[in-house]
Unconditional design. Structure first.
Length: 304
């Protein structure tokens, strides 16, 4: 049987999470190809994964290529008509809520095939803790100057209130499926971000290529979130700060761009630095400042 779906996940010092994800995937389904990209983990986790899961294609990178670079390695290896990108800190079923088996991803494929203009689709995403609140049921558009938006349903208990499919302006990087033809027209994921904002930029490229992005709630993915970087780490503060500005540079219209820079550097970053100092986190304040400085004067090697 030909490979229909290539599931791609990136591992970086996350063996336990990656194995937990693989345990929820129907690895014996012949139409499903599973690819794990080990992004230069400190230990040889690629060999461990290969030994535990011989059905999985494991690629070990000699250096950390970031989220986009790791996924792009997987794209180059993938044979499927559809590419499903999923964070390694997610689960395809949790507490027997989602359907198990080979039909698990079929609603995403059906949504992609429902129109030639639909190029990407995301499932419902719920947090894998507490009452499993919703993390993502689509996005609202970014505002032109402040780049503010929100994830629809964020933090709400799931009572089926977001069970209607609808277009969304951006994909969520934790779980997204794309037609292979879309990659040919929109290009690979942008590797300049290294971490955070890649999926927003890629969504912009996909929409500029003439495709729509949809939210399909018939599939649910459960997300532990930020297991690699931590919710409140210097790494996260640095890349969030730098990449907001980089996103403006690459995607904003010329007229509002200076106002966006002024807002992000003069208000948001200053507020973040003051907040970090008040909470006795000089490491986070320094990381935020470095993010601004490295955007103004780019570094040759922004790596973790």
């Amino acid at each position: 049987m030909n490979v229909e779906v290539s599931l791609i996940t990136v591992n970086y010092n996350g063996l336990a999470d990656t194995c937990a994800l693989l345990d929820t995937i129907p690895l014996h389904e012949p139409s499903l190809e599973v690819i794990v990209v080990d992004n230069a983990s400190r230990h040889d986790e690629a060999t461990v994964i290969s030994q535990r899961y011989p059905q999985v294609t494991v690629i070990r990178s000699s250096r950390n290529l970031g989220f986009a670079g790791g996924n792009n390695l997987g794209i180059r290896e993938a044979k499927g008509k559809y590419l499903f990108f999923i964070n390694n800190d997610t689960l395809l079923y949790y507490k027997d809520i989602a359907v198990k088996g080979s039909v698990l991803l079929q609603p995403l494929i059906d949504r992609l095939e429902s129109s030639p203009t639909i190029g990407m689709v995301c499932p419902k995403i719920r947090f894998a803790w507490g009452n499993l609140p919703i993390q993502f049921a689509g996005y609202t558009p970014l505002t032109s100057i402040t780049l503010r938006n929100r994830a629809i349903g964020f933090g709400e208990d799931d009572h089926g209130q977001y069970d209607s499919p609808h277009p969304t302006p951006y994909a969520h990087g934790a779980a997204m499926m794309v037609k292979r033809e879309v990659v040919g027209k929109a290009g690979l994921m942008p590797e300049c971000y290294f971490l955070y904002y890649e999926e927003l930029d890629w969504s912009m490229s996909i929409r500029r290529a003439g495709y729509d992005i949809w939210y399909e709630p018939s599939v649910t993915v459960f997300h532990k979130e930020s297991q690699t970087t931590g919710q409140d780490s210097p790494l996260r503060c640095y890349y969030i700060t730098r990449n907001r500005l980089l996103f403006v540079q690459r995607n904003s219209s010329p007229a509002p761009r200076p106002l966006s820079y002024a807002y992000l550097m003069g208000i948001v970053a200053v507020k973040d630095i003051l907040r970090h100092c008040i909470h006795c986190r000089p490491d986070l304040a320094k990381a935020t400042l470095r993010g601004i400085l490295h955007f103004i004067k780019p570094q040759h090697h922004d790596t973790v």
